[in-house]
Design a binder for this molecule. Structure first.
Ligand SMILES: *Cc1c(COP(=O)(O)O)cnc(C)c1O
Length: 392
């Protein structure tokens, strides 16, 4: 077994070798610009982009013409929120989002507040899920957009997307979801869920970094967006710039593979994740955070009482790659705002970790990770009182 074991697939996934194989010819032999209309190099590239567009659309139940390729989910989020804001023709100026969204959404909403918008940040319950009554109560006559992520990157918790879509539709409000973590992991259907805009990224489902997409509904309603990048009018004038053809081809292939494997893969990963959790919770004072059923199959977020989280990360680093729910910013330790919103104490957040499995995770890797973590946790607890987090 190659060490360290990679258990941070929510941060990024390795490429699937089949995806790499699919994209490689588009660097050398098939290097054409998909916008070149006068020769076979361009036609070949355009045809490949069309196939990719169909594969991305198929994974979310959309029409290929509703897919706008971008440089990733962050750009897609910016295009969705700023694009809707700038194209509005009415007095509507209110956006509803959630305090546990990815920074791509939160920071874009902050920008909207700076330019005169009003934003409501909904709280979450202790299981990480929003209360639909809070959502309904937050709706105002001038609400333009509801932005709620499909599944959370830190906890894997899945929001009640179908109900949110129905509520938005009932009130004539547009519904945007950041599905970066959910795409290819669970079934998504923009029709059934009444989603108007959806952001996603290739590198979260075994594709390359630097390519993503925004789904923009074309019918019932036809969503109008103001472009954030002007230029040659590519992507139905919503995102100008020569397409990253190899990246787009790879994204399409990644979606095709995930679509084929979805059910089997999510079952396998859920059972592997359960195997991991079930062994770790035999240790005392271990807590699994977030709703236990409404969550992605491959991820878990775990707190260990009475340990030194900082020390654990370093002691485990040669064996396991995973992530901690607090980030070092200059001299202080910043506890995760997602877990804070769920009511966890700062002290416990410092001892909380995210483990996310993926297509290439094995039982052997999971068992090794359990062995290493259990050993460190036991050592910390026998060494003495780590009840209080040391300030570094
Ligand atoms: C990774 C991620 C993003 C950002 O995606 P990029 O393609 O890296 O810009 C946005 N939202 C969520 C929920 C993510 O997990």
């Amino acid at each position: 077994m190659k060490l360290p074991v990679y258990l941070d697939n929510n941060a990024t996934t390795p490429m699937d070798p089949l995806v790499l194989e699919e994209m490689l010819p588009f660097f050398l032999e098939k290097f054409g610009n998909a916008a070149s209309r006068t020769h076979s190099f361009g036609w070949e590239a355009e045809e490949a982009v069309d196939i990719a567009r169909e594969n991305v659309a198929a994974l979310i139940g959309a029409h290929p013409q509703e897919i706008v390729f971008t440089s990733g989910a962050t750009e897609a989020v910016n295009l969705a929120i700023k694009g809707i804001w700038e194209s509005k023709t009415t007095e509507k100026r209110h956006i509803i989002t959630v305090s546990t969204e990815h920074k791509a959404v939160l920071d874009t909403c902050k920008h909207i507040e700076k330019v005169g918008g009003a934003v409501t940040y909904l709280p979450v319950q202790t299981d990480g899920i929003i209360n639909l009554e809070d959502l309904k109560a937050a709706i105002r006559p001038d609400t333009l957009l509801i932005a709620v992520m499909y599944a959370n990157n830190e906890t894997g918790v899945i929001q009640p997307i179908r109900q949110i879509g129905a509520i938005a539709k009932e009130h004539g409000i547009l519904f945007f979801t950041d599905a970066s973590q959910a795409l290819g992991k669970i079934a998504i259907n923009v029709q059934a869920d009444d989603i108007d805009l959806l952001a996603c990224s290739a590198h979260k489902l075994y594709g390359p970094k630097g390519v993503g997409a925004l789904y923009v509904r074309k019918k019932n309603p036809a969503v109008a967006l103001t472009a954030q990048i002007d230029g040659g009018g590519h992507e139905r004038s919503m995102r100008s710039g020569t397409l990253n053809v190899p990246g787009v081809v790879a994204f399409g292939k990644a979606c095709e593979i995930s679509n084929e494997k979805l059910t089997k893969e999510s079952e396998r990963l859920a059972s592997l994740r359960d195997r991991f959790e079930n062994q770790l919770i035999t240790l005392p004072n271990v807590v699994i955070n977030g709703n236990h059923t409404q969550r992605l199959p491959h991820a878990t977020n775990i707190s260990f009482h009475n340990i030194d989280g900082e020390k654990l990360i370093f002691e485990a680093a040669n064996d396991i790659a995973f992530s901690r729910s607090s980030a070092c910013t200059s001299a202080t330790l910043e506890p995760s705002y997602v877990l804070k919103a769920m009511g966890l104490s700062d002290e416990l957040i410092h001892n909380t970790f995210r483990f996310s499995l993926g297509r290439f995770s094995t039982e052997e890797q999971v068992d090794h990770a359990v062995k290493v973590i259990s050993k460190i946790v036991k050592e910390h607890r026998s060494e003495g009182n780590y009840g209080h987090h040391q300030v570094i």
